[in-house]
Design a binder for this molecule. Structure first.
Ligand code: NAP
Ligand code: G4F
Length: 388
């Protein structure tokens, strides 16, 4: 049982669960995975996830719970609910033998991180917390660096201090990004491809990546970086391009909106399914030796092609609805990302299970369900925006 300066955090009771709680969405079920493990399987392991309320954090929490971990999540204080993606796995703090515990802290607050690590005594730490939107990072470069770069360093320091004082080994995962390749030096991109970031976010992730490698080399810590290419899901934030497209297309289909405003349609991305990618994070920490791994599908697609696939699947014509709005252009763009996941395949035995068509189907099905609920509420005369 964790002790120390943190009280487990109760999630406020909500009468109506988040509309996209995954237990009710096709193709979005918690999944179980069987793997060869290098660590002692008899002892229940404890993991800390920063960014547990985000897309990846929610899938990772489900994944680890299915493997019988004690999962602890760091969540930041917000004046509105920010636990929508994990409400379905939340266990009340009054329940005995629960497996998921949430704690207030912040990735920018070194003291809260050190305190949390001491209290939880984790075997594994997954650092997923960051301001993760590339376009927003141009508007908020300093906050982006405070979270994505300095946040990672503060967490590494907290883990190093804990290892030094307690004599215990912790396995650490850093959420590195294909955005670090930026203006790519070669295609496809591998672990050996040099970085050339094109955004404050990319620069911050390069710092965090090298800090993680440096802690591995300097202090012999078990630190691994997953260089993850874009991965999406029904839980993807609504302002990332794939989700923006699937959500808008479904609302257009039901007559709830008419126009979709987008930026650069020529950019190409290597898009996979987030549920597959969290498995790779876990596999990295099960290896005897820490290392860095590219996690990608090995297929690249343009935003235009993704748009066409989504609209075609709903018998819609993008030309009738899509308007280019330059405000969504970036001061510097990443034109093409295509990952080479050979090392992950060879060393981790990891391959993606969901292809692009499967991903599109999963996201469209989920957003269509949400759009139908909205339509039903509107038809019944209910107000859809909050406020008491
Ligand atoms: P996401 O949905 O944007 O989630 C980000 C998480 O970070 C959220 O839980 C957010 O909390 C938390 N966070 C932000 N600022 C924080 C702070 N100051 N203190 C504590 N927590 C904070 O991102 P994601 O798609 O799940 O990605 C997870 C990680 O992988 C991120 O580091 C991202 O940069 C990286 N990554 C993502 C991709 C991708 O394609 N998805 C690819 C490569 C790398 P709130 O819920 O309260 O906002
Ligand atoms: O969906 P995006 O915002 O993702 P982006 O910039 O590739 O970043 C995501 O993937 C990274 C991994 O490579 C992560 F590290 C990062 O945290 C994040 O998850 O944009 C994808 C592409 C860009 O080229 C963008 O210019 O779509 C283009 N795009 C065109 N119209 C748009 C829009 N992007 C957004 N967000 N909104 C648009 O209206």
């Amino acid at each position: 049982m964790p002790s120390g300066c943190f009280l487990p955090l109760p999630i406020p009771f909500r009468e109506t669960p988040g509309a996209d709680t995954p237990d009710r969405l096709s193709g979005d079920q918690p999944r179980t995975h069987e793997h060869r493990m290098n660590t002692d399987q008899t002892k229940q392991r404890t993991a800390l996830i920063t960014g547990i309320t985000g897309q990846d954090g929610s899938y990772l929490a489900e994944f680890l719970l299915a493997k019988d971990y004690q999962v602890h999540g760091l969540i930041r204080r917000s004046s509105t609910f920010n636990t929508r993606r994990i409400d379905h796995i939340y266990e009340d703090i009054h329940e005995r033998g629960r497996h998921l515990t949430l704690h207030y802290a912040d990735i920018t607050d070194a003291n809260s991180l050190a305190c949390l690590i001491r209290a939880i005594e984790p075997d594994e730490v997954y650092n997923l917390a960051a301001q993760s939107h590339v376009r927003v990072s141009f508007d908020m470069p300093i906050f982006t660096a405070e979270t994505a770069a300095m946040g990672a360093l503060k967490l590494l320091e907290a883990v190093r201090e804990y290892e030094k004082n307690q004599g215990k080994r912790v396995r650490y995962y850093q959420a590195s990004s294909s955005e670090m390749y930026g203006k790519v030096r070669e295609t496809p991109q591998s672990e050996e491809t040099p970085f050339h970031p094109r955004s404050p976010y990319g620069c911050a992730k390069v710092f965090a990546h090298w800090a993680t490698v440096n802690y591995r080399e300097s202090y012999d810590m078990h630190c691994s970086c997953g260089i993850l290419f874009n991965h999406e899901s029904p839980r993807r934030g609504e302002t990332f391009v794939t989700r923006k497209i699937t959500r808008a297309a479904c609302r257009i289909k039901l007559g709830l909106q008419d126009k979709l405003y987008l930026g650069n349609l020529d950019a190409q991305r290597d898009w996979g399914f987030a549920g597959d990618y969290v498995e790779a994070m876990w596999l990295m920490l099960q290896q005897e030796q820490p290392d860095d791994y590219v996690i990608a599908t090995g297929q690249s697609t343009s935003v235009r092609d993704f748009l066409q696939r989504v609209f075609s699947s709903l018998d819609l014509d993008p030309d009738q609805h899509v308007v280019i709005d330059p405000r969504y252009y970036r001061p510097a763009e990443v034109d093409l990302l295509l990952g080479d996941p050979s090392r992950a395949k060879e060393h981790l035995g990891w391959t993606p299970k969901v292809d692009l068509d499967g991903l599109v189907r999963m996201m469209v099905d989920s957003d269509m369900e949400l759009a139908r609920r909205e339509e039903t509420l509107r038809k019944a005369g209910h107000a859809l925006r909050g406020g008491a």
